[in-house]
Design a protein around this ligand. Structure first.
Ligand code: GLU
Length: 586
């Protein structure tokens, strides 16, 4: 969202962050920035400006990433915030080690496999009925992630990292067309809750473009967390408010608009919140054309799916045809085998070269496979496959940021509240939306007679597609990237990698290029320009297309060039365009 430059100067001054060098890049939706001294790329100019300012003042990549993330919680509140979760991937320049934080939301201890089955008729709830309910909310992991990242690798306190974002929330930012449209799209659900209505439907309608959107409750929440630490969120007053909201949704006395479903309360308890624990799984690792690709392990399927598909392409040919075939095969395997509790040897096998050979041997260079393809057979050899499963999908929201500092540390962070607008409930008095992440579980078994790895369970984390990825060359950063977009995150990250590494594009070209996504469905889901540009050749090979989608993903990335340089890249057009910035041009 566009933050008025004059307010930026005031707010950052008040925060004690900036006095003279008014953030020249604030409000600047520049998609590419090349230079030195550190770099930031997010979907939002204000968040990018806040992150950049932290770098300019000597903060490292983690300090800047958390300050930018907290700002996104204000300006991109329908995609991410403290009511949600995410995955944080970090490269430490000193130890040359890639580490991760799994801040994924967690199901209540009382959840069972039948969590999303309506007891009244024994059938799964409709997605939207489950989504806009207390049932869809998992224990948020974002605040804990920020604290842990700062403690491990940062140099600033959580209070200091939250301060600029609190200022933005207090002083406000100008509503743009994307922000307004996101509210309009979910108005019927937002209008059911008093707190959400008050914040985002002033006068009963989405705010007009250009009006100033403020969120003093969120500013106060950030300051409270800054003062008291994350205990207040997981065990204190904020925890109480989250539990009350989930168990007794704050229904509006006079709803705005219509919503077709009853609002069901959830079962999340105070002890679920108090019991929240981050995980720190080893990153997934695969080699691709001499590069080392690090990604996020379970409960995200991103790392294994991207790694497996790259291996299949490497065993085949560097073309869009192989990209599409490899992603269909990787999705079949992900749907069958990957969930929060997938055993390590299985994950290892899925990103092994042997497995890639076994899967690649089903691809013909001249004829597209008929989709859906069955998953591979873990116990088989040759081209052995198992029986087919059903297609599984997730929603489209989320945000992603990429930050690097002058010391060579890198952060790739994707975080979300799941669908755009989460479960549609703003926690009264706290200013943030709750996630609907638990709808990323499969509501009912999808794999026929084979076990489904992604059914709900007590304290379980739903499978994700988020794919924050850091690529090293000779042990040093070469590329970092990630994107929102539900299950299309995996294909967006994969396609940008293939565009950059195999198809001769620069990084800005690789991000801007039209996208197509084959997730093991009959047809490729594509942006119109993808079909126009590549459709004839792909159709000749037998690929089919599903209905077009306006856009896929909203990626950010940084490439590391010789001599400590950066090419920071955000989207030129998608989601209204993102913002990339560097500390110094020279
Ligand atoms: N909930 C999704 C996931 O974890 C992300 C939502 C999205 O990007 O649309 O994969």
């Amino acid at each position: 969202m566009r933050f008025l430059p004059v307010l930026t100067v005031l707010s950052l001054t008040a925060a004690g962050l900036v006095v003279t060098s008014a953030p020249a890049l604030a409000g600047d939706r520049q998609p590419t920035a090349t230079g030195y001294g550190g770099a930031v790329a997010t979907v939002d100019p204000t968040a990018t400006a806040v992150g950049l300012e932290v770098l300019r003042r000597g903060g490292n990549a983690v300090d800047a990433a958390i300050a930018a993330a907290a700002t996104l919680g204000v300006t991109e509140p329908f995609s991410a915030g403290v009511g949600g979760g995410g995955f944080f991937v970090h490269y430490d320049a000193r130890t040359r080690k890639v580490s991760t934080i799994d801040g994924r939301e967690t199901a209540p201890a009382s959840a069972t496999e039948r969590y999303f089955i309506d007891p009244a008729d024994g059938l799964p709830y409709d997605f939207n009925e489950a989504r806009v309910s207390g049932l869809s909310t998992g224990v948020p992991g974002t605040v804990a992630t920020w604290e842990s990242a700062l403690n491990r690798w940062g140099t600033r306190s959580l209070a200091s990292a939250l301060r600029p974002a609190a200022e933005v929330a207090d002083r406000g930012f100008a509503v743009d067309a994307t922000f307004r449209q996101q509210i309009a799209d979910i108005q019927g659900a937002f209008g059911r809750f008093e707190s959400t209505k008050a914040l985002y439907l002033p006068g009963g309608a989405p705010p007009a473009v250009g009006t100033i959107q403020r969120n003093p409750d969120l500013a106060a929440t950030y300051r409270l967390i800054g003062r008291k630490g994350t205990g207040v969120f997981y065990r204190g007053a904020v925890a109480d408010d989250i539990v009350r909201t989930v168990q007794h949704p704050p229904l509006a006395a006079e709803p705005v608009g219509t919503w077709a479903y009853p609002i069901r309360p959830g079962v999340l308890t105070r002890s679920d919140l108090a019991g929240y624990r981050l995980r720190h799984p080893a990153p997934t690792r695969s080699d691709y054309r001499g590069l080392t690709v690090y990604g996020m392990s379970t409960p995200s399927s991103g790392g294994t799916a991207v790694g497996e598909a790259l291996n299949i392409i490497e065993a085949g040919q560097p073309t869009l045809h192989y990209y599409l075939e490899a992603s269909a095969l990787a999705f079949a395997d992900r749907n069958r085998y990957v969930g929060a509790y997938t055993a390590k040897p299985v994950l290892k096998k899925l990103i092994s070269d042997d497995w890639a050979e076994q899967r690649a041997c089903t691809i013909s260079p001249t004829t597209a496979l008929v989709k859906p393809v069955p998953p591979g057979d873990l116990t088989g050899t040759g081209c052995a496959t198992a029986t087919a499963g059903a297609k599984v999908e997730e929603g489209q929201s989320t945000t992603n940021l990429t930050v690097a500092d002058k010391w060579g540390n890198v952060v790739e962070y994707t975080f979300t509240i799941e669908a755009t607008g989460g479960n549609a409930m703003v926690v009264p008095g706290r200013g943030f939306l709750l996630n609907n992440e638990l709808t990323d579980f499969n509501f009912a078994p999808t794999q026929g007679t084979a076990p489904d790895p992604n059914l709900p369970g007590p304290g379980k984390r739903p499978r994700s597609s988020m794919s924050p990825t850091i690529v090293l060359k000779d042990g040093k950063p070469f590329l970092a990237l990630g994107s929102p977009g539900g299950a299309t995150i995996i294909t967006t990250v994969l396609q940008v990698l293939v565009n950059r590494i195999d198809l001769g594009m620069t990084l800005p070209e690789a991000l801007a290029a039209p996208r197509g996504s084959q997730r093991n469905s009959a047809g490729i889901q594509a942006e119109p320009a993808f079909r126009t540009r590549y459709g004839p050749d792909l159709t000749r090979l037998g690929h089919a297309f599903a209905a077009d989608v306006a856009e896929l993903g909203a990626a950010t990335a940084i490439e590391f060039t010789r001599g400590g340089g950066f090419i920071a890249v955000a989207e030129p057009v998608r989601r209204g365009g993102g913002a990339a910035a560097v500390v110094s041009r020279r």
